[in-house]
Design a protein around this ligand. Sequence first.
Ligand SMILES: [Zn+2]
Length: 314
Amino acid sequence: MTTKKPTTSEKRGIHTILILFFCQFAFAQITTTEIDVSPALDKLTGYIQTIYFSPGQDQRAKSIADLMENAAEFFQQEIGFTPKTNMFVLSPNHWKAFAAPPLRETYGFPHNADKEKLVIAAEDNDFWRSFLPQVDKLPDHLALEVRKAYGKEDGSYSMMPFFDLLALHEMGHSYTSQAGLRMHRNWMSELFVNIMLHTFIAEKQNERLPALQTFPNMVIGAGSSDYKYTNLADFEALYPTLGMGPKNYGWYQCRLHSAAKDVYNNGGKAVLQKLWKAMLKHQEDMTDEELIDMLENEVHPSVAQVFQNWDKTP
Ligand SMILES: [Zn+2]
């Protein structure tokens, strides 16, 4: 038995329905969430996105909200879509109440809990610090980069300038899920939002490039011997349950940030538009070969190379 494949115009119809569905879904959720968070959290007004924050974290919430707002303008221009999200900027005492269940014990692990609920930390924390190697043991050029990007006046380091940018990574997941894109692979869903993040920062806020690039350089530069899992097949299998653990997951993310940088440096901002269109169009199941072929022909060879060269890169 064969099933008739939908025509392009039928597919467009399906996508429109999906987008509407997700918008309505998001709207219903927002109403519920607004009731739930009161009175524990405060709320910022005057922004496209809804931002809740732990009392006392006004400045942190505003600076993250400004970044999100600028990014939303850029993405609207580039890909013609803006999702509706609720962002939670939390102090440690509110983390457990609002974080997704598998991450309640890991303060600082940024995540997108359910298509529209983004959870990020307001304060520096042990999880962020756990990635910092002994800076004096890094090669000179890398140690200098780390001091410039994350060094504080008292000689210590804070990864906050990097992790704050991950608010955009998390918002990226709301773009792809609410617009009904099919990501095909778990690594692609993460690479995609890192390409969004890297493209925006490189195009519009390149003064933040050191904060974005140094952290992955540092983690990858420290080697992979501390990590049990390093190949993409393991990432695919362990992703749904975070079975590799938060730290090992962070290493994978660093590789995917670095890959997003390579994609942007090879293909420029046009790759983001092409990848968006391709993932919206290709809702069918794809084998690895079909996916790679499509990426090479419809998007850019550098995106296919992330998969092809993963295990070749040290
Ligand atoms: Zn992600």
